[in-house]
Design a protein around this ligand. Structure first.
Ligand code: CUA
Length: 665
């Protein structure tokens, strides 16, 4: 490549970044602004400040950011001059670097987005500890390679990928109990369960009547149900009927049994469901919602000034199901929770429709269970829903007891242990810290409750603080999951890493950030979506498998054998240990279907063996005491060296066996 081309390319990129992109983005924002400023905008507190003569969109954004730090525009413009907030103002931020050999204080479980997995990090070091494949096949852990996990993936639709978004840790008495993580698949309408004893996915359910699951959470305080929101509205059932009648499409709220993973019931609602969170008493579940217009084009979806948060009265819905008050669709009881439903007449509706400013995104319940925070997305406010009022308010709108104006593009809210909320501002590229009770007491639209803002780089989606989804927030570390990293790391080609930024929130200071300190950047592989953090004492992983926890035969050295079942079927059983397989070789006939069962008979921590057969797509990963089975066809005569993929001992390379495939006559 010539220097000229380089320069041209640089100039072109530069120009695109600094001019066109900003102009495009500004145009988009102005369009949104025009919408919220439309003639039918009902209440001042839900709208952005109006633009007077000569006042630009940029000025409005600057004004919004002026409460906090400078430089809030950089995320939009890609200019990246944000050094002002990065000075470390004192020695009172604990060291986030964890010395060699020492453990982190917290586990962080990240959803991997369309990578389909869960990533496990230590906090505060942000070292990646492992990944747990969920909706994706993963050769390093043999997931989707052995029969057990392959059959699970096949029965759940046999897709090659999923889009994991919202991990939710199981709870007992409102505290993380370390049993399971549940997570949705936005791409294929599924929910998976990860067993935290083994850090392995043990169930995936393809939910009927649902195309895409977005929000996913457990019922607090005791994991009574797992809830899943369908995001995309479709005809129900989606079998070719009503395809050209969008008004007939529906969105449903699903409840699953956390143990059997059966879909227990669904509630059909008006509008389109988004994120979901449970109260702390097992009664109300809140779902944010956009596109109550029920449109199919973006202009239709954002037309109105209000979308209704849905509050589900779970015990009341369960009562209706128990009483047979439902219609069964594809084997699932579906309760009518639309506005016109008879179940929503009178004083005790099963679904309360709470109007909030247009197209809100999230809903996150405070650790004390008092409030649900609904961030405005296209409104610069967060609406505070008083959960106690859900049962008593005559008008659902009266459940909104506060509406601080926090900044542009508010998406997600998390909490510390001192009554503060932290909200990500996607458009401002900031995190804003605000006082919850002050916001309840202040007038709607007030900026008074804001304690500070900190720049992040760039455009944060979810943010999460330690243990903030449980009743035990710890109020020290917060991670901003930023969607763009732009100039923060060495360039790696056109697909950039995301940037997870670690922020210390343990100090309350009267400064521009309210005491928040940005302490580290971490590039992450695309494209993590959300995360949940638990103290290390909450999680108790096993070091070896318990053979009681699987159905396959435990194969000891003496049990290693070959059994011919019939003319074309062979079963092979082999133990595995350092540094040999229970069978030095075995022979099958060309065309045989072979089922190979292998057990790692070792009980030693961290001695994992592999069992790979070249040219047969066989790849097992065997943790100590684990047994896995794989079925394949031996369709080419020859000799195949079976080898171990995990470096297990000095004789790892010599750890071999031979599969001999004899030619048929
Ligand atoms: Cu067993 Cu390498």
């Amino acid at each position: 490549m010539s220097t000229n081309t380089d320069t041209d390319e640089e100039e072109r990129t530069e120009r695109k970044d600094s001019e066109e992109l900003f102009a495009e983005h500004e145009a988009q924002l102005n369009e949104l602004l025009a919408d919220v400023e439309g003639p039918d905008a009902p209440e001042a507190e839900s709208t952005l400040p109006s633009l007077g003569d000569g006042v630009t969109r940029r000025d409005v954004m600057k004004a919004g950011a002026a409460v906090g730090a400078v430089g809030g525009l950089a995320g939009c413009a890609g200019l990246g001059n944000n050094t002002a907030t990065e000075s470390n103002s004192g020695g009172d931020v604990p060291d986030h670097k964890v010395p060699p050999g020492e453990h982190d204080e917290y586990y962080g479980f990240w959803s991997g987005g369309h990578a389909g997995d869960i990533r496990v990090y230590g906090i505060p070091s942000m070292r990646q500890l492992t990944r747990i494949p969920v909706f994706n096949r993963e050769s390093a852990k043999g997931y989707g390679h052995d029969d057990r996990t392959t059959e699970m993936l096949e029965e759940a639709g046999d897709y090659t990928w999923g889009d994991s978004h919202h991990p939710s840790l199981s709870e007992t008495d409102g505290k993380y109990d370390g049993e399971y993580i549940f997570v949705n698949d936005k791409a294929n309408g599924r929910v998976a369960r990860v067993n935290l004893t083994y850090f392995e996915t043990d169930a995936i359910v393809d939910i009927p009547n649902v195309q895409s699951v977005h929000g996913c959470c457990i019922q607090s305080p005791d994991t009574g149900y797992v809830f899943a929101n369908s995001e995309f509205r479709t005809p129900m059932p989606n079998d070719g009927r009503d395809v050209n009648e969008p008004e007939e499409y529906v969105s449903v709220f699903s409840a699953l049994d956390p143990e059997s993973m059966d879909v227990l019931w669904q509630v059909e609602v008006d509008g389109q469901l988004d994120i979901v969170d449970s109260d702390k008493d097992g009664r109300w579940v809140l779902s944010s919602s956009y596109n109550d217009e029920e449109g199919v084009e973006v202009e239709e979806m954002t037309k109105d000034d209000r979308d209704d948060v849905k509050a589900f009265d779970v015990p009341a819905i369960q009562e209706l199901v128990d009483a047979g008050e439902y219609e069964e669709v594809n084997g699932v009881p579906v309760v009518d929770g639309t506005k016109e439903s008879p179940h929503n007449e009178g004083d005790d509706p099963i679904v309360r429709y709470i109007p909030t400013p247009k197209s809100p995104h999230c809903v996150e319940v405070t650790p004390d269970g008092k409030y649900g925070m609904v961030a405005g997305k296209l409104s610069p406010t967060v609406s505070i829903i008083d959960i106690e009022k859900l049962a008593t308010a005559d008008d659902p709108a009266d459940t909104i007891v506060g509406q601080p104006k926090v900044g542009l593009g508010p998406l997600h809210t998390t909490y510390d242990d001192r009554g503060h909320a932290y909200t990500s501002l996607f458009i401002d590229s900031q995190v804003v810290k605000w006082d919850i009770e002050e916001a309840v007491n202040a007038e709607k639209g007030s900026e008074e409750p804001i304690l500070g803002k900190i720049d992040v780089h760039y455009n944060p989606g979810h943010i999460q603080a330690v243990q903030a989804m449980s009743t035990e927030p710890e109020g020290n570390w917060l991670v901003a999951l930023n969607k763009l990293s732009k100039d923060r790391f060495l360039p790696v080609g056109p697909i950039y890493p995301d940037n997870d930024q670690l922020i210390y929130i343990g100090n309350d200071k009267d400064d521009e950030t309210g005491g928040m300190e940005l302490v580290a950047d971490h590039p992450v592989y695309p494209e993590p979506h959300d995360a949940i953090f638990a103290h290390k004492d909450k999680i108790e992983p096993a070091t070896t498998w318990d053979p009681e926890d699987y159905d396959e035969e435990f194969v000891s050295e003496e049990d290693s054998r070959v059994e011919r079942v019939d003319d074309s079927t062979v079963e092979v059983y082999a133990s595995v240990k350092r540094s040999e397989y229970g069978l030095r070789d075995f022979t099958v006939q060309e065309g045989d279907e072979v089922t190979l069962t292998a057990t790692n008979i070792e009980g030693t921590q961290d001695i994992v063996h592999g069992l790979a057969i070249p040219e047969h797509d066989v790849n097992l990963a065997l943790a100590p005491q684990d047994t896995r089975q794989v079925t394949f066809t031996a369709d080419e005569p020859g000799v195949y060296w079976i080898y171990c993929t995990y470096f297990c001992s000095a004789l790892h390379l010599e750890m071999r066996s031979r599969m001999i495939v004899e030619p048929s006559e």
